[in-house]
Design a binder for this molecule. Structure first.
Ligand SMILES: NC(=O)c1ccc[n+]([C@@H]2O[C@H](COP(=O)([O-])OP(=O)(O)OC[C@H]3O[C@@H](n4cnc5c(N)ncnc54)[C@H](OP(=O)(O)O)[C@@H]3O)[C@@H](O)[C@H]2O)c1
Length: 255
């Protein structure tokens, strides 16, 4: 049975991927910083699904620790068939803030780590002629809401480039672009969610089921739910200055 490595597999979207893949009988490698939560998640998955779970405590903001995971991804004896670059967080800090470290941390975790891990997995999977890479991006990447939007725009564009590079190799590459999903994400970033209308919230389990269907269909960009497909189609057809104005309005309501 295939093995999947999921970064940020202890909470929210990553945990939903872990449960969905465990249900299909896949073995898992989970990566996160909090050792206790990794151990709890591992116990839950092993008890419920009778799969094997390996855990790696690592901070994806630290380059050497990312390189360690890249080495695990290229292991010949214990191959990884599915990589899900999911770990990430919201950045609610102004671009003109004197302290730019939250933005830099976002770039380290959501860009540099995705780049290093996808490169390692892509090489190993191409050699075997099979594999799946899912990079969790965001619909925010279609907007212009600070560094988070810029980072996720990079993730989506990068994923499309990687899909082109691996085209025909047997390796599929997909950018998952969720809208608002009920997870710990907003609390952790201190984002006010009161103004977000109920119908715009997505359920993590449903999101993951939709994404896995898109992956099986060979889609390079997965935008789960009819609501968000429609909203993103509108965004893509709006004059760009209007998209900036909408983004400005949404950003000011969240600060
Ligand atoms: N929720 C949404 O509305 C939404 C919408 C669009 C896109 N997304 C994207 O979806 C992905 C998952 O977010 P989520 O909503 O599921 O958030 P979440 O519930 O806060 O989960 C984040 C996960 O990432 C891990 N993580 C965070 N920083 C890390 C680091 N430096 N090194 C290693 N692991 C780290 C966390 O574990 P530890 O804290 O233990 O490290 C946790 O397992 C992110 O890329 C996010 O940008 C979310």
């Amino acid at each position: 049975m295939a093995t999947a490595l999921i970064t940020g597999g202890t909470s929210g979207i990553g945990a939903a991927f872990a449960r969905a893949l465990a249900e299909r009988g896949h073995d898992l490698v989970l990566v996160a910083r909090n050792a206790d939560r990794l151990s709890e998640m591992s116990t839950e998955l092993k008890e419920h699904y009778a799969i094997s779970v390996e855990t790696i405590v690592a901070d994806l903001g630290v380059r050497d620790e990312v390189v360690g995971i890249a080495e695990r991804l290229t292991s010949v004896e214990r191959p990884i068939d599915i990589l899900i670059n999911n770990a990430g967080f919201g950045i609610r800090v102004k671009l003109t803030s004197a302290d730019t470290t939250p933005h830099e941390h976002g770039i380290d975790v959501m860009i540099r780590a995705v780049l290093i891990l996808s490169a390692a997995a892509g090489r190993a999977m191409r050699e075997r002629g099979a594999g799946t890479i899912i990079n969790v991006s965001s619909t925010a990447g279609f907007m212009t809401m600070g560094s988070y939007s810029a980072i996720k725009a990079w993730v989506t564009a990068y994923t499309e480039g990687l899909a082109n590079e691996l085209h025909g190799s047997g390796v599929t590459v997909t950018a998952l672009c969720p809208g608002w999903v009920r997870t710990e994400f907003h609390d952790r970033a201190g984002i006010k969610i009161g103004s977000i209308p109920d119908p715009l919230w997505l359920d993590a389990d449903q999101l993951v089921a939709d994404c896995l269907r898109d992956v099986a269909a060979g889609k390079v960009i997965s935008i789960p739910s009819k609501r968000y497909k429609m909203l993103i189609t509108i965004c893509e057809h709006l004059p760009h200055r209007m998209l900036r104005a909408v983004s400005r309005n949404l950003t000011s309501r969240r600060h």
